[in-house]
Design a binder for this molecule. Structure first.
Ligand code: PCD
Length: 783
């Protein structure tokens, strides 16, 4: 049951979302809702070729078209030194193509006109003379010695971008040489896209009279965007205001800076009026940052009785035309080295090679703290492969290899220090709730009748909440986060944070944290995010980092306010500060509970009756640099039935037991889990962005890139255990990504479990019905 926002002591309670009355009435204010006087519209011409030299661009007809105010090409931008821009991964990327294009749908030219329709009509009139070049879409072919070199701008004459490794190669190899059992599996995590409901867009508003540039943009990280705009354009940072209004889903897609933003800014600077650019669905899917596209090989060395000893992983990472992942500098393959998962391996060695192909750039952390989903899917898949080889129950194999509760804080063989966990407890709860023993019995009977029912397990560990600042950065900016709280004289509060939610419910959960710490109700606290002129500097919302970083900052900032409030309370109560006690709702005199003042009394006094020696006002700010990441985890179990006639997989049940430490709002956490499971389900069964040999994108819209409807989506069952983070001030861990990270393996393991009587080892996602149908037919199985 949900509770009203007037509830006192709101921490841990299912308080109704403050943002919903606005959003469900259609009164949200998204970028496309922003209408400014004299605003013009920008459209972008994109390449039909995946690889081609540009011989000539003729813009004369477009310039003469009705309503057109400006046409821009890469050459125009080059004069301003803006034809290329830095990516978040330390590479550079073309804003508008100059000499050649490297992927289909790449930005080639732009038109600004009075209406969007005029701009769209005019881009059709731009004539581009392309000379097609050989295309490489397969990263393995891109590495062959005779492959065409895609990035002629780079010094290195190969399509290889970087090599990265973690763990101990020698120790791992030594264990593999001696190991009685070794399993090996190739696993592909296909190219997918975050595909948020609202695509990307911006309004750039340069005012020549004030010299100020305001950029309204769909941004998960407004401060980073401000700094990046300043660094890219040379425009003074204090004259740039980035406003990220309501955002209709981000999922990592809205972390990077896209060419369209830079073009809109240039256009507004040139024309001195606001310029709006809003992507189409196809532009979003086919040109903004994709996710995954990892070709992985994993091997596990184990004993005959199922003790896992070592893990060896080799990966080819397809990064497309530009290396534009949003990874921290130190980790080109993100936090992929979390791939040892929930298991106590003696040694591990992981290597990744990044490769250029003629595909859009990215490798964005789609609901994933930088390549954690790939890692989690891989380990949970190969653990099942090992269980099969050992003829062991996959639940039993997991229980035998979990990191034990007493081992925390646990140092993994790739160098992470897991903060806390009790994997056995969480998994046993899941097994019990789903009725595991019964399901296995039912499965045996079904198999005997020639029916295919499967039970899939995923007991994943995640790593979220970047920083700490010593190891994590974006463009060199350290990953801390921040909060600033102002208590007004009447005891009402405005809080501003350095993060920016896109639907996660921060206006409620962060108000809960602050209200709890200050003895107020959620109703008394307004949370504001996304305006760089008012919010303290922060690194943004992604990587499930807001609760671990800004959530901690909010709590500690409120405690700073309480410390000052205590001094004012002592003055009001006419006692020494040491004699003042706080009971969560009011300050009272030690031993005299009747004599008390509330936070509201103190707030009023802070502006009307401050003792000598104390600054008036009641405000504070806090910049929080986490000492470590948080390691949420979960035990997910899927039960599926396969239709022999069509190959369709029906998800009969799905149980997610999550542990994200202490929970701020259980209703919001449940919603987060439902959303992420739905995405994980889509990835497992519906989604892929394939390319043909000429580099044509075969799923550039929602007709081909499928998004699950309520009708497709299974019913989710959820539960939770609570193992607090020992280093977070509230004992909370992040949770937003967990369901997407943990669920694909459960679905795929369930399908392979169902088909195990046929000896099928692996099927790559998405598991379309035709793939299963083909396997059944190959084994002579018909309806
Ligand atoms: N929580 C609570 N408790 C706990 C935790 C948490 O309560 N323990 C809650 C909070 O506060 C919030 C939520 O929950 O409200 C979430 O959180 P987190 O985990 O911290 O996270 P964040 O940071 O906030 O967020 C982020 C995430 C991500 S990352 C993603 S993708 C997704 C998710 O989030 N996205 C989204 N979810 C969501 N939702 C929505 N609605 N929308 C969106 O967009 Mo990335 O990296 O970006 O890829």
């Amino acid at each position: 049951m949900a509770l009203p926002q007037t509830e006192l002591r709101p921490m841990g309670k299912p308080i109704l979302r403050k943002e919903d009355p606005r959003l469900i009435r259609g009164k949200g204010r998204f970028v496309d809702d922003i209408l400014l006087p004299n605003m013009l519209h920008l459209c972008i011409l994109r390449s039909p070729y995946a690889h081609a030299r540009i011989r000539r661009i003729d813009t004369s007809k477009a310039e003469a078209a009705p309503g057109v105010k400006l046409v821009l090409t890469g050459e125009d931008l080059a004069k301003m030194n803006l034809a290329w821009m830095p990516t978040l991964a330390g590479d550079v990327q073309m804003v508008l193509a100059t000499d050649k294009v490297l992927f289909q749908y790449q930005e080639v030219a732009a038109v600004v006109a009075e209406t969007r329709a005029q701009a769209e009509d005019a881009i059709q009139l731009i004539e581009v003379d392309y000379e097609p070049l050989p295309v490489v879409v397969d990263p393995f072919k891109a590495l062959e010695p005779d492959a065409p070199i895609l990035r002629e701008d780079k010094e290195k004459k190969s399509n290889h971008i970087w090599h990265w490794e973690a763990g101990d190669r020698e120790e791992t190899d030594a264990i593999f040489r001696e190991a009685p059992v070794v399993v090996k599996q190739n696993v592909r995590f296909q190219r997918v896209h975050p595909s948020p409901l609202e695509p990307c867009g911006c309004v750039a508003d340069y005012n020549p009279a004030t010299g100020k540039l305001v950029v309204y943009v769909t941004s998960q990280a407004p401060h980073v965007h401000r700094t990046a705009i300043a660094l890219t354009t040379g425009f003074p940072e204090h004259m740039i205001q980035v406003i990220s209004p309501d955002v209709g889903g981000g999922f990592g897609n809205k972390v990077p800076l896209y060419p369209g933003y830079v073009v809109a800014i240039v256009a507004s600077l040139k024309l001195g009026v606001p310029v709006k650019w809003i992507e189409t669905r196809t532009e979003n899917i086919a040109s903004t940052h994709f996710a995954r596209d990892y070709h992985m090989t994993a091997e596990i060395a184990a004993t005959e009785d199922g003790k896992m000893l070592a893990l060896r992983v080799k990966t080819i990472a397809d990064h497309g035309a530009f290396d534009a992942t949003a990874n921290p500098t130190k980790y080109p393959a993100g936090l992929y080295s979390i791939v040892t998962g929930s298991y106590d391996f003696k040694a591990a060695f992981v290597e990744v090679d990044g490769v250029h192909t003629n595909k859009p750039p990215g490798g964005v952390a789609y609901r994933c703290s930088f390549r954690v989903t790939e890692a989690s899917y891989l380990i949970e898949r190969v653990v099942d492969v090992l269980a099969r080889r050992l003829k062991m129950d996959p639940a039993e194999l997991r229980l035998r290899n979990f990191i034990r509760k007493e081992q925390f804080p646990y140092r993994s063989p790739t160098g992470w220090v897991y903060d806390s966990g009790d994997y056995e407890k969480t998994f046993k709860l899941a097994l019990e709730r789903i009725g595991y023993e019964e399901l296995r019995k039912e499965q045996k009977e079904k198999w005997a009748r020639g029916e295919f029912m499967g039970i899939g397990i995923s007991t994943f560990t995640e790593i979220v909440g970047a920083g700490p600042a010593h190891s994590f950065d974006i463009l060199g900016i350290k990953m801390f986060d921040s909060a600033e709280i102002r208590v007004h004289p009447t005891g009402k509060v405005i809080a501003r944070l350095g993060v920016r939610h896109q639907g996660q419910g921060h206006e409620t959960t962060f108000a809960q944290i602050i209200a709890e710490e200050l003895g107020l109700s959620v109703d008394d606290v307004v949370v504001e995010e996304g305006d760089t002129d008012t919010a303290p500097y922060g690194l943004g919302t992604y990587a499930s980092r807001s609760t671990p970083t800004a959530g901690a900052a909010a709590a500690l900032c409120a405690r700073r306010i309480r410390d000052k409030a205590r001094k004012i309370a002592a003055h009001l109560l006419e006692v020494n500060e040491d004699d003042v006690v706080w009971d969560g709702a009011a300050f009272s005199v030690k031993g005299l509970p009747g004599r008390s003042v509330t936070m509201k009394d103190v707030a009023f006094a802070a502006y009307t009756n401050v003792p000598d020696g104390i600054e008036p006002g009641l405000e504070a700010s806090y910049y929080y640099n986490p000492p470590n990441l948080t390691f949420p985890y979960g035990a997910y179990i899927a039960v599926v039935d396969i239709d022999k006639g069509t190959g369709a997989v029906k998800v009969r049940r799905f149980l997610a037991v999550d542990d994200c430490g202490n929970v701020i709002n259980p209703m919001i956490v449940e919603g987060q889990v439902h959303g992420g499971l739905t995405e994980g389900f889509a990835i497992a069964f519906m989604q892929d962005i394939p390319y043909d040999a000429d580099g044509n994108c075969l799923a550039p819209n929602w007709m081909d890139y499928l998004v699950p409807t309520a009708w497709d989506t299974p019913r989710w069952e959820t539960d939770r255990t609570v193992t607090p983070s020992p280093h977070h001030p509230l004992g909370a861990k992040g949770v937003g990504e967990s369901p997407n990270v943990g669920s694909p393996a459960a679905f795929v393991n369930a399908v392979l479990d169902a088909l195990s009587p046929l000896g099928v080892e692996h099927i790559d996602m998405p598991i379309y019905p035709w793939k299963v149908w083909k396997i059944l037919r190959e084994h002579g199985i018909t309806e």
